[in-house]
Write a protein that binds this ligand. Structure first.
Ligand SMILES: NC(=O)c1ccc[n+]([C@@H]2O[C@H](COP(=O)([O-])OP(=O)(O)OC[C@H]3O[C@@H](n4cnc5c(N)ncnc54)[C@H](O)[C@@H]3O)[C@@H](O)[C@H]2O)c1
Length: 446
C-alpha cells in the first residue's frame, strides 16, 4: 500500500508548510544493489587511540569499494559515510572521543549516508572498565541513529571479536550500500569464522548454489526469492496450494522451481527433503501468518495454528534437513522473526510467541550448525514492512507503525530480502545465532 502521507508532506508545495508545522517528513531512502550515491563524497575513517580494527577496516574497504575515496580527518568536509574504530576505548572516561570525532562531522554527512561504529564484544573484554566502555557504544549508536534517521542516515554498531578481523567484507559491503537502507540501530557481531571466508564474485555470491524459500508466492518471500536469484542461486519456492498460480508466476520470473505444499502438513519435511535430493545451500523460513485477537478472545485453534506455521514447521524442517544431512557444508539458514517477537504486541500473543520461538530456534541451533562445516543460522526481524499483511491493518495502527521509527516510514519487502541475501552470502560465515532487525530503528522494543 502506498505511503500517501510521505508523498504529500514531501510534495514541493506542501513541504514548507509541513516543516513549519513540525510534521514528520519521511526521507527518501536510497536503495538498490549498485554503489550508494552518498559515497561519492567519500568515507571518513577515524579511530580512538590504540584502536585495533582500523587496519582491518581500511583493508576491507579497499577490497569492497576500491573506487571510493577513504580519508582520515575530513572535519567539516562532505562525507558519505563515517566509520569510527572505537575498539581502543578502554575505560568509560575515554568515551569523550566519540563526541570529538562525530560532533564536527555529522552535519556534513550526505542524505542516506552511513555511520558505522566498530567495536569489541564487551563480554570478551577481560578488563572491567573496557567492558563497560564497549557496552556504552550501544547507547551512543542507538541515540545517534535516532538523531540522523530523519535524513535517511543509518547508524549501526559492528562488534568484531578477536579472530573475525578478516571477515569484514560482506558486512561492510552491505552496510555501505543501498541494500541496508532500512537497517539502523543494530548491533552486529562478527565471530571468528570456521576457516577462511570463501572468495566469491561479490555481484553473484550465490552462483552455483541452491536455495529454498518458503512462502515465496508473494510479499517478502517473493522479494527474497528474487534477491537470491539475482545473487546467482537456483531457487525453489514453496507456498500453499491456494497460492499455486501466484507462486508459479513469481518463480517463473526467476526461472525457479515452484512446489505447492503446506509446510504444516505431516509429510512436508519428507517432501522437502525429497525435493532437495542434491542438497541445499540456503534455506529461508519465510512463510508466516498473523491471526490477531486479544488473549481473552483467543480460541485454541487461532493460537496454535500460528505457532504451528510460524515455529513448529520451521523446527521440524530444520530437524529433517539435519537428519538427512541435506544442508551442504557452509550452508545458511535464515528465519523470519518479527519485532513483535522481541517487543511483544497487544493482540498478538500467538504471533509474538511464535516469532520469539523462532529466535529460540536460531540461538539453539547456531552452535550445532557451526560444528557442521561452518554452517550458520540467523534471524531477520522485520518491523513495519509494506505488504499485504500490513495493508490489512486498521488505518491508525498502520500509520503509527510507519511513523514510529527513526526513518519515519515503513520498509519495503526488498529491504528484508537484501538483509537475507547478506546473511546467505558465503562470506558471511562470521555471523551466526544473530537477530538482525530490519525496522528503520522502530521504537518498538528498541
Ligand atoms: N509484513 C511485515 O510487516 C512483517 C513484519 C514482521 C515479520 N514479517 C514476517 O515476514 C514473513 C513474510 O511476511 P509477508 O508480509 O510477506 O506475508 P504475506 O502474508 O504477504 O506472505 C506470506 C506467504 O506465506 C505463505 N504461507 C502461509 N502459510 C503457509 C503454509 N502453511 N505453508 C506454506 N506457505 C505458507 C502465504 O501463502 C504467503 O504467500 C512472515 O513470516 C511474517 O511473519 C512480516
Amino acid at each position: 500500500m502506498a505511503d500517501t502521507y510521505a508523498k504529500v508532506v514531501n510534495a514541493p508545495p506542501v513541504r514548507p508548510l509541513a516543516a513549519r508545522l513540525g510534521l514528520p517528513r519521511p526521507p527518501q531512502l536510497e536503495r538498490g544493489a549498485g554503489p550508494l550515491g552518498a559515497l561519492q563524497a567519500g568515507i571518513v575513517l577515524g579511530a580512538a587511540p590504540e584502536g585495533s580494527l582500523k587496519g582491518a577496516l581500511s583493508a576491507a574497504l579497499e577490497r569492497c569499494l576500491p573506487r571510493t575515496p577513504v580519508r582520515e580527518g575530513g572535519q567539516g568536509e562532505a562525507a558519505g559515510a563515517l566509520i569510527f574504530d572505537a575498539s581502543g576505548i578502554a575505560e568509560p572516561g575515554a568515551l569523550g572521543c566519540l563526541q570529538e570525532f562525530f560532533s564536527p562531522r555529522v552535519r556534513a554527512l550526505a542524505p542516506s549516508g552511513r555511520v558505522i561504529v566498530a567495536a569489541l564484544a564487551p563480554e570478551r573484554c577481560a578488563d572491567l572498565r573496557a567492558r563497560a566502555a564497549q557496552r556504552a557504544l550501544e547507547g551512543f549508536t542507538r541515540a545517534l541513529g535516532k538523531e540522523l534517521g530523519r535524513r535517511g542516515v543509518t547508524v549501526n554498531l559492528l562488534r568484531v571479536e578477536e579472530g573475525a578481523e578478516q571477515a569484514l567484507d560482506s558486512t561492510l559491503a552491505f552496510l555501505l550500500s543501498g541494500r541496508s537502507a532500512y537497517v539502523s540501530g543494530q548491533v552486529i557481531t562478527l565471530q571468528p569464522p570456521a576457516g577462511t571466508p570463501e572468495q566469491v564474485d561479490p555481484d553473484r555470491p550465490l552462483a552455483g548454489r541452491r536455495a529454498l524459500v518458503t512462502g515465496a508466492a508473494r510479499g517478502i518471500g517473493a522479494a527474497i526469492a528474487q534477491t537470491l536469484a539475482r545473487q546467482g542461486a537456483a531457487v525453489t519456492g514453496i507456498d500453499v496450494p491456494a497460492a499455486a498460480q501466484t507462486l508459479r508466476a513469481t518463480m517463473g520470473l526467476i526461472s525457479g522451481r515452484a512446489i505447492t505444499l503446506d509446510i504444516t502438513a505431516q509429510d512436508a519435511p519428507r517432501k522437502i527433503i525429497e525435493a532437495l535430493a542434491e542438497g541445499v545451500d540456503v534455506v529461508v523460513h519465510n512463510a508466516g501468518v498473523t491471526r490477531d485477537r486479544t488473549l481473552a478472545k483467543m480460541d485454541a485453534e487461532r493460537f496454535s495454528s500460528v505457532i504451528e506455521i510460524n515455529a513448529v514447521a520451521v523446527e521440524e524442517i530444520n530437524a529433517a534437513l539435519l537428519e538427512a544431512d541435506a544442508l551442504r557444508a557452509g550452508g545458511r539458514i535464515v528465519c523470519l522473526s518479527s519485532i513483535a517477537g522481541i517487543a511483544g504486541n497487544a493482540g498478538q500473543t500467538n504471533y509474538a510467541t511464535s516469532k520469539a520461538c523462532v529466535i529460540g530456534i536460531v540461538q539453539a541451533l547456531a552452535p550445532v550448525l557451526a560444528e557442521r562445516g561452518g554452517a550458520t543460522i540467523n534471524a531477520v526481524a522485520p518491523g513495519f514492512i509494506e505488504t499485504q499483511m500490513t495493508a490489512a491493518m486498521p488505518f491508525a495502527i498502520r500509520e503509527a507503525g510507519r511513523r514510529m521509527s527513526s526513518l519515519l516510514q515503513g520498509g519495503l519487502p526488498e529491504d528484508v530480502a537484501e538483509t537475507v541475501g547478506w546473511l546467505a552470502d558465503p562470506r558471511s560465515s562470521a555471523i551466526n545465532g544473530s537477530v538482525i532487525r530490519v525496522c528503520g530503528q522502530s521504537f518498538l522494543g528498541a
